[in-house]
Design a binder for this molecule. Structure first.
Ligand SMILES: *Cc1c(COP(=O)(O)O)cnc(C)c1O
Length: 360
């Protein structure tokens, strides 16, 4: 069985080189006589893996020294609660931008802890665009502004980092982190579940400006406090050691391929050609405003939805899998993160052209 091109939104493809390296180190990590999975997280070998992983991430993202990197569990979904639990800093209100399904979930969770001001929403367009910054109604007293730079389900992505003045900007980067260089210093906090563009599920990365770390709301469990994890180098309890190790291999892979500039060039090229094929077809359609189309998640519909299951079956037979769109959107979705080779996108485009010829 050869490997397929897997267009899953997450857990998603990992670089084959990384999987092969992990396989070769599976039973004996570099002469230690044990698997990384079997190591004490407090042992010298594992500490070296953890530190190296952090150093690679700091290097490829150019994360300034006044930011802590936390390696947590609980997924991006836990961050929806951890953010208001930890970062209201004596205030009682926070600004949120609503650009789709993931924004909505973050908003719903924050409402349990504070007043949420939805400062802008693209709901009227059925989340096919990004609200213009000039129309945002930010509250100067807000503890922070939260937004979702890339909406994984709708396939909508911000083309720049919004300016929020003195109010810290927080971003759910689960499906866009590492897809291109970003200026980390513009953010108070960045978080991402690993299973899209970082590594295996089970690891969640939080990058937080140190001065924001404070006592959480009374009653917050110790495990839900950023302070706990920051003060203990993410080793207050047993971290997700194996996922952390694989993430390190992925960061090293990115560095060796030219870093985030190289990723950005490749990702833009992959996305551009897939959108071009969709737009010129007259058979496939992507509803998103051309200025805000995601590089990572590309939803599209067929002219006749009655052909959806045929499309999926034949794609699978051609080695192109997990193209079914999210249940809330329907149609197809091609998620093309860093680890999706350009060849996979080329094969998908050829397949789509053939399918249209036979069924269009
Ligand atoms: C996948 C995803 C989530 C949810 O992540 P979990 O790790 O499953 O909690 C949240 N936000 C965005 C933007 C996502 O893509």
């Amino acid at each position: 069985m050869s490997r397929v091109y897997n267009f899953s939104a997450g857990p998603a493809m990992l670089p084959e080189e990384v999987l092969k390296q992990a396989a070769s180190e599976m039973t004996d990590w570099r002469g230690s006589g044990m698997s990384v999975m079997e190591m004490s997280h407090r042992g010298k070998e594992y500490i070296s893996i953890a530190k190296k992983t952090e150093a690679y991430l700091r290097e490829i993202m150019e994360i300034p020294d006044n930011y802590k990197i936390l390696f947590l569990q609980g997924g991006a979904s836990s961050q929806f609660a951890m953010i208001p639990m930890n970062l209201l800093r004596g205030r009682n209100t926070a600004d949120y931008i609503n650009t789709g399904q993931w924004s909505k979930k973050a908003i719903a969770e924050a409402k349990r802890y504070c007043n949420v001001n939805v400062a802008a929403t693209s709901e009227a367009s059925n989340f096919t665009t990004v609200p213009a910054r000039s129309e945002w109604k930010l509250n100067p007293d807000a503890a922070y502004v939260h937004y979702t730079p890339n909406e994984t389900i709708g396939g909508v992505e911000f083309d720049s980092i919004p300016d929020t003045g003195n109010v810290p900007l927080f971003a759910d980067m689960s499906s866009t982190i590492l897809s291109r260089p970003i200026d980390v210093s513009k953010f108070g906090l960045i978080y991402a579940g690993a299973q899209k563009n970082i590594g295996p599920a089970g690891l969640t990365i939080v990058i937080i400006r140190e001065d924001l770390i404070d006592e959480p709301l009374p009653g917050t469990p110790v495990m839900f406090s950023y302070k706990t994890h920051a003060e203990n180098e993410s080793m207050y309890n047993t971290p997700p050691t194996y996922a952390w190790y694989i993430a390190g291999l992925v960061f090293e892979w990115i560095k060796n391929r030219g870093g985030l500039d190289a990723m950005a060039r490749l990702n833009k090229r992959k996305a551009d050609k897939l959108y071009a094929a969709i737009d010129k077809s007259g058979f496939y359609k992507n509803p998103v405003d051309k200025n805000y189309r995601s590089w990572m998640n590309i939803p599209f519909t067929l002219k006749n939805s009655g052909l959806d299951s045929k499309f999926l079956e034949e794609a699978k037979a051609a080695g192109l899998v997990t193209l079914k769109g999210h249940r809330s959107v329907g149609g197809m979705r091609a998620s093309i993160y860093n680890a999706m080779p350009e060849e996979g996108v080329d094969k998908l485009i050829s397949f789509m052209e053939e399918f249209q010829k036979k069924n269009g």
